[in-house]
Design a protein. Structure first.
Lengths: 329, 301
């Protein structure tokens, strides 16, 4: 995620020296410091040892277990790739990954697009015609769902979506009683409801990120464009989107990875149901591990998740580096 | 959007966005369109926050009030009894303390561990630092589902299952991995002259760390501390697996497990949601500036 660190800095450098910075001097200093200092490796020791014990060893053990049949007690029995063969024929497995694709849409794509537009409206319209204070207040309000524990948001929404809950009551009160239904209990509406809730949870994050990115933009750029007759939409397309490109990568990377890990929402809202209507890989793995005592199978699912998420992470880092190099040219 | 902002074609945009006279840059023009945008945003925010408001008002209703008037009416008389009864029934105070203990411990330990890692990478510039950074990034990104069973098994072997300590250790590692990533790049910018001056004065590297680097990096460290605290507070998957007894559960886990048992009546459920929302809102109000500044820093520092 934070590979953006280097990215942003070099893209800034590519844009030319910024006021208040002294690149020449900094480079000289860097030159002096290039050789590593001695005796500092020791400080890495606790972090590396703990990471190995808590992360590396368990991940490797988990991959190992995915080639076994094991109820969690006794000795695991080696069964080769049978778990994976079984997975690829399991309708629940394919359903869970189809739902993940929809969740990427609801957690990454839709909030990013809406967030970009909202951030631009707040930054380039509300802040200028009203006050930057009101823009900040709108931003904070949209960010509120982001600070709630996801499980708690789930409780809030499952309460609102009860068959005789607030949403259905509201629908009846405004004469749309025909729309009322058991939102989370009906296989047709369960997934769309969960996706809608995800958009509600996620929207504030891109808004805050993009507004922070827009702070970097030289206001004269917008003023010059405005004087040249560029409308809001043109300024949005030609300036805003370009300027927040570093944030765009970070937002898409973090939200896509979060979407692949979705668990708490599904656990609280639907437990994957009704049937498998909202099943996701994470909950599928949890169920195999702790409800079905099918540890080998759960390990196979979660190993696939690990690989997928590391690949997605690597792709984003690669994309970012490439975009960065293009920017430097 | 085009309808609001004026179509991109210049001729049509003239009345709204392209005044013929050179306009002073900070002039505020508020036509009807501007007010329409503003009201639109107000409506959006109202709809956005309405769920929390509805939860709040229903938490103060008695069960009979709810049955008679439904979820959208204002309470006929504000009752605290639903909330207090729920609080006692689930021993919510214990859950708050558990969350507080775990989150604070992870925030302190995670920041400290990230500081040690980043000191070696950012200031010590140890060999292979780029590889270590990628390593820590991966440690942070790996899904918890891919570690949970071996960790669960290990914890049972060493008697750390259903113990807050296990959760604290795991999240210290996960959060510090992200912190390492953030802080290493900050410390790489640390003025070399100061480190060199300290070395010349005979300070060893530990002294340099505690007397110079820590005080000077305090703003970044406090942002990290805040984030680690809130992220850990909001965590769900691993605490759900590791903390099974009522006495050890965190706020999100306790509320979610209870909700799954379907033992509560309607107003009690809304009270439980409210009690989950309130601490988070409190943190948000207290740390709002740190949070919004830090989100940008986390991405771009």
């Amino acid at each position: 995620m934070t590979l953006s660190v280097s990215t942003t800095k070099s893209s800034r450098a590519a844009a030319g020296p910024r006021p208040g910075r002294r690149p020449a001097r900094r480079n000289a200093r860097r030159g002096v410091r290039r050789p590593g200092r001695r005796g500092y490796s020791l400080y890495l020791l606790p972090g590396l040892v703990l990471s190995c014990v808590v992360i590396v060893v368990p991940v490797i053990a988990n991959v190992g277990l995915s080639f076994t049949s094991w109820p969690g007690v006794g000795n695991p029995e080696w069964i080769g790739t049978r778990n994976y063969q079984r997975l690829f024929q399991d309708e629940d497995f394919w359903a869970s990954f189809r739902h993940t694709a929809a969740i990427v849409l609801a957690m990454a794509i839709v909030p990013t697009v809406l967030g970009l537009v909202l951030a631009a409206v707040l930054f380039d319209y509300v802040a200028k015609r009203f006050s930057s204070r009101s823009a900040t207040l709108f931003r904070s309000a949209l960010y509120v769902p982001q600070v709630l524990p996801v499980a708690v948001s789930g409780i809030v929404w499952s309460w609102l979506l009860l068959p005789d809950g607030a949403v259905n009551t509201l629908a009846k009160d405004i004469g749309l009683g025909g729309l009322a239904r058991d939102w989370l209990g009906d296989p047709n509406s369960a997934l769309p409801s969960v996706l809608g809730i995800m958009v509600w949870i996620q929207l504030g994050y891109p808004v805050v990120m993009f507004m922070a990115g827009l702070q970097r933009v030289n206001p004269e750029l917008y003023e010059a464009a405005e004087m040249d007759g560029a409308g809001w939409w043109q300024r949005f397309r030609r300036i805003t989107i370009h300027q927040v490109r570093p944030e765009l990568y970070v937002v898409l990377a973090t939200t896509t990875i979060a979407a692949l890990k979705t668990f708490a929402q599904v656990f609280v809202l639907t437990r994957g149901g009704p049937g498998n209507a909202t099943l996701v890989p994470s909950y599928f793995a949890y169920r195999s591990f702790f409800e079905n005592a099918d540890v080998g199978y759960g390990s196979a699912i979660s190993s696939i998740m690990v690989v997928l998420i590391l690949v997605v992470g690597a792709v984003f880092v690669r994309l970012q580096t490439r975009a960065d190099q293009e920017g430097r040219r | 959007m085009t309808a609001v902002a004026g179509p991109p074609s210049t001729t049509a945009a003239v009345p709204e966005t392209a005044p013929p006279a050179p306009a002073p840059p900070r002039r505020r023009r508020r036509g009807p369109v501007a007010y329409a945008v503003y009201v639109g945003l107000l409506v959006l925010v109202a709809v956005f926050l309405a769920p929390l408001l509805v939860i709040a008002i229903n938490s103060f209703k008695s069960a009979s009030d709810f049955a008679a008037h439904g979820p959208l009416a204002l309470p006929h008389g504000w009752h605290l009894s639903t909330i207090t009864r729920f609080w006692k029934q689930v021993d919510f105070g214990t859950k708050l303390l558990n969350s507080l203990e775990i989150s604070a411990a992870v925030a302190v330990l995670g920041t400290a561990l990230a500081l040690l890692n980043s000191y070696a990478i950012g200031i010590g510039r140890v060999r292979g630092r780029a590889v270590f950074l990628v390593f820590f990034l991966m440690v942070n990104v790996v899904p918890q589902e891919g570690l949970v069973y071996p960790l669960y098994y290990m914890a049972k072997q060493v008697n750390l299952y259903d113990s807050k300590l296990a959760v604290i250790i795991i999240f210290t590692v996960i959060q510090s991995a992200f912190g390492t990533y953030l802080l290493s790049s900050v410390l790489a910018e640390f003025p070399a002259e100061i480190i060199e001056a300290a070395e010349i004065d005979g300070a060893n590297s530990w002294r340099t760390l505690t007397r110079i680097v820590v005080p000077m990096s305090w703003p970044t460290l406090s942002v990290m501390f805040t984030f680690f605290f809130i992220w850990t507070w909001n965590e769900f998957f691993l605490p759900l697996v590791f903390l099974i007894s009522n006495d050890n559960q965190t706020v999100p886990v306790g509320l979610a497990v209870l909700q799954g048992q379907h033992l509560m009546d309607v107003t009690a459920t809304s009270a439980s949601a409210l009690l989950g929302v309130l601490p988070a809102l409190l943190f948000f109000l207290v740390f709002q500036r740190t949070l919004t500044r830090g989100i940008a820093a986390g991405a771009l520092k």
